[in-house]
Ligand binder design. Structure first.
Ligand SMILES: NC(=O)c1ccc[n+]([C@@H]2O[C@H](COP(=O)([O-])OP(=O)(O)OC[C@H]3O[C@@H](n4cnc5c(N)ncnc54)[C@H](OP(=O)(O)O)[C@@H]3O)[C@@H](O)[C@H]2O)c1
Length: 252
């Protein structure tokens, strides 16, 4: 059962990488807005189930959906089954991502392949499968989670920044391609957000990052989720091809 009075009432949303961190907060926000949410994960099954339980406890509706966004065939099987079950897919949030940091001289070709497959290939394959349903429906929202580093760069993150900048280019091109079918494509580019991904940073690196944030603090997953919720909602219907920064002013 979805909520009867939310702006996304009756809609179906898929959030990739929603078992933890930013994706979890996005799943909760879209469910709060009334959507039935598919909570995608790769390995954290218990955490993904806990997200579904939290949504249901709040009166919303959700299901877990396992696939590796680095695997195009698994993506097609997972999303097509979701569409068969619900007969629609209104919102796709391409949030799943990995960092795999390293300086270029020591960067492994295997890591390059994996980060491109997950961060860039995942967005391509998920969008391709979802777009088929959205184009037919003449309606849909695709929202990609990128990063401030696609604009600023960051030593040790050349591969990560390349994938995120690639997703921003993909966002603009796909926005033009799908606009005639009333499908919008946007991105949200977070700065330093408190999740498992940033928990591994040393105190020194963390304080250097925070020192570069005009608002003087890290962001929360909920602050990123609010921006995604806005782009998924009915008041954002005239916004497409946009990259919305949620970074405390780190890049402006
Ligand atoms: N945290 C930040 O400061 C920050 C800043 C800018 C951008 N971002 C971006 O925001 C997004 C979310 O980041 P986060 O910090 O929330 O990350 P996180 O805490 O590390 O969580 C990553 C999520 O992605 C899922 N995932 C990872 N690889 C996957 C795969 N191959 N297939 C399916 N799911 C996969 C994980 O699922 P499992 O639990 O099953 O592994 C988990 O749910 C990423 O795209 C990241 O690049 C984060």
């Amino acid at each position: 059962m979805t909520r009867a009075d939310g702006p996304l009432d009756g809609q179906v949303a898929l959030v990739t990488g929603a078992s933890r961190g930013i994706g979890r907060a996005i799943a909760l926000e879209l469910a709060r807005m009334g959507a039935h949410v598919a909570v995608n994960y790769q390995s954290s099954e218990d955490a993904a189930r806990a997200v579904v339980q939290a949504i249901e406890a709040g009166g919303g509706s959700a299901e877990t959906l396992r696939f590796d966004v680095g695997d195009g065939d698994a993506i097609a099987a997972g999303i097509n089954a979701l569409v068969v079950r619900h007969k629609r897919l209104d919102v796709l949030v391409n949030n799943a991502g990995i960092a795999l940091d390293g300086l270029i001289l020591r960067y492994r070709a295997d890591d390059w392949k994996r980060i491109v497959d997950v961060n860039l290939g995942g967005v391509f394959h998920c969008s391709k499968v979802a777009a088929r349903t959205m184009v037919r429906a003449r309606s849909g929202r695709i929202i990609n989670v990128t990063s401030v580093v696609s604009a600023t760069g960051n030593a040790g993150q050349s591969a990560y920044a390349a994938t995120k900048a690639g997703v921003e280019g993909f966002t603009r091109a796909l926005a033009r391609e799908l606009a005639s079918r009333s499908v919008t494509v946007n991105a949200v580019a977070p700065g330093v957000i408190d999740t498992d991904m940033t928990a591994a940073l040393s105190a020194e690196t963390r304080s250097a990052y925070v020192g570069a944030v005009p608002l003087g603090r890290t962001g929360t997953p909920e602050e990123v989720a609010a921006a995604v919720g806005f782009l998924a909602g009915p008041t954002a219907g005239y916004i497409t091809g946009h990259v919305l920064a949620v970074n405390g002013g780190m890049s402006m």
